[in-house]
Design a binder for this molecule. Structure first.
Ligand SMILES: [Fe+2]
Ligand SMILES: [Fe+2]
Length: 210
């Protein structure tokens, strides 16, 4: 087994460098393959962006880990979520992200951009750094997803070069689905949308690739 990088937590190293999920992951085989494909996209974009090995490992780990608790029941997950003030109000289907971040934090992971990326991969978040935005996009664009096959292929082709435009188009598609189905938009998602629709990308947000 490869020696964990000195600055990377062993769980992050196992996921990002060895594509191994933690023992506490609860996922179907299909979901595991989804996380691997998301991780592959992040690994690829990170490489194109010229990141060093440590960063590429962190990016792929976000993909491997983001749905690690997708198969766990909301009843089990809700009390585990410690980073949200309003966890009681969150729909059960969205709890796997914040619960996974809480579990990683409890295990000693203190990589805040990675924890925010995982916690809010379904909702988006105004605190996203490049990794949060990348996971939000890769989760939607991985090639195993059904539907919108040509559209997703075209978005993948434009990434990571056309970063900010693709991010806006994906957020429009995802939030548009909520509107069409008359599903309430979480406040966190509304805050993310405010930044997406700003005339200029906020400071620290990539325009054409971080
Ligand atoms: Fe998810
Ligand atoms: Fe996912």
């Amino acid at each position: 087994m490869a020696k964990p990088h000195s600055t990377i937590h062993p769980i992050i190293h196992a996921a990002g460098a060895e594509q191994r999920h933690p023992a506490w992951a609860v996922m179907s085989d299909r979901r595991r393959r989804h996380t691997e494909r998301v991780g592959e996209l992040l690994w690829e974009w990170s490489g194109v962006l010229g990141h060093g090995t440590t960063k590429r490992i962190r990016w792929r780990a976000a993909g491997l880990l983001h749905d690690a608790l997708k198969g766990e029941s909301p009843k089990t997950l809700r009390p585990e979520v410690v980073d949200l003030d309003d966890a009681e109000e969150w729909p059960g289907s969205l709890l796997h992200g914040p619960a996974c971040a809480s579990r990683l934090r409890a295990a000693g992971v203190d990589d805040e951009p990675l924890l925010t990326a995982i916690a809010h991969h379904t909702t988006g978040h105004s605190d996203f750094r490049a990794l949060g935005q990348a996971l939000y996009m890769a989760d939607y664009l991985e090639p195993g997803r059904r539907g919108l096959v040509p559209e997703r292929a075209e978005w993948r082709r434009r990434m990571p070069r056309d970063w900010y435009a693709v991010l806006g188009e994906i957020a429009t598609a995802k939030i548009g689905t909520l509107l069409e189905r008359r599903i309430p938009i979480p406040a966190i998602t509304a805050g993310f949308w405010q930044l997406i629709t700003a005339p200029e990308p906020p400071p620290g947000w990539p325009r054409t690739g971080p």
